[in-house]
Design a binder for this molecule. Structure first.
Ligand SMILES: *[C@@H]1O[C@H](CO)[C@@H](O)[C@H](O)[C@H]1NC(C)=O
Ligand SMILES: *[C@@H]1O[C@H](CO)[C@@H](O)[C@H](O)[C@H]1NC(C)=O
Ligand SMILES: [Mg+2]
Length: 263
């Protein structure tokens, strides 16, 4: 029996790290899976928390790995945050990865009235965190934006601290609640679906993060599929609050399930 049975299924949202690739390599079977989904006429978006590289660099990387994707297929938190900063006349102090600094080029960063945290990797030093803290604590109404709130991710060297851990540190020290841009924020999923012209009940999200990918998508009315790749741990299948609509070995299996569910 196919648990996803849904003839209206029309849109597929795919997480990138841990679903399409792990470290620097493509996950076995995933390139072919994306191709099959494309060929079946499904609308695809790659919904990532990636804030270490620009969308263009990520697209180039995925192309190199053999994925039939382009920059516009990628939904990442940076562009969403930048349009928000512009709308609200916010001037950020940035603690982000140097690879995404080009995305912020047109943004006034003088006399900052907010702090933006991205995955700054090795630049999450005491000095930089303390500098961000100093700016927040001296603001009348501190505003802290965080590009995602991941606790950790899996990389070549194993599990690595993600931006969320540092966001929590600044929230604690400056007594401020961070505004999160990215999964599992409902607005992030909704704006993606709107852009695709797909209703939530016509869409499925495939991810390796049971809370952000699967739970976040399900909260917005999408079907949520967990893959046993990337940061997946067996305990995710017994998560106290999130119950995936399906759990499969990898994206290749997820793609088969999705294609069969439409019949
Ligand atoms: C850290 O900061 C240095 C100096 O600004 C920069 O050259 C380097 O690329 C940064 N690394 C990351 C991961 O952002
Ligand atoms: C992405 O960011 C959200 C915060 O919006 C966080 O809760 C989640 O863990 C992150 N997901 C991944 C896959 O890193
Ligand atoms: Mg992931």
């Amino acid at each position: 029996m196919n648990l996803l049975k849904n003839p209206r299924l029309n849109g597929v949202l795919l997480d990138v790290t841990g679903v399409l690739k792990d470290g620097g390599t493509a996950i076995h079977g995933s390139v072919e899976a994306v191709r099959k989904l494309r060929e079946a006429g499904l609308k695809i978006r790659l919904v990532t928390n990636e804030t270490q590289v620009t969308r263009r660099a990520l697209a180039e990387n995925l192309l190199d790995l053999g994925y039939p994707v382009q920059e516009l297929d990628i939904v990442s938190p940076c562009p969403a945050l930048i349009s928000f900063l512009q709308r609200e006349n916010l001037r950020p102090h940035l603690l982000v990865h140097s690879n995404v600094l080009p995305e912020f080029e047109g943004i006034d960063q003088s006399n900052p009235n907010c702090v933006v945290l991205g995955d700054a990797a090795e630049n999450f030093t005491y000095e930089h965190l303390n500098e961000a803290f100093g700016i927040l604590i001296n603001m009348k109404k501190p505003r802290l934006f965080s590009l995602g709130r991941g606790r950790y991710y899996s990389d070549k060297e194993g599990l690595m601290l993600d931006v969320g851990a540092f966001t929590a540190a600044l929230e604690y020290a400056a007594d401020v609640k961070a505004e999160i841009i990215g999964k599992p924020q409902p607005e992030f999923f909704r704006s993606t679906l709107k852009d695709m012209g797909v209703e939530p009940e016509e869409a499925v999200m495939v991810g390796d993060d049971v809370v952000s990918d699967v739970g976040g998508a399900q909260d917005c009315g999408l079907t949520g599929v967990l893959v046993r790749t990337g940061k997946y741990r067996p305990s995710d299948e017994k998560h106290p609050t999130v119950h995936p609509d399906a759990v499969v070995d990898d994206l290749a299996h997820a793609a088969n399930l999705i294609l069969e569910s439409r019949k």
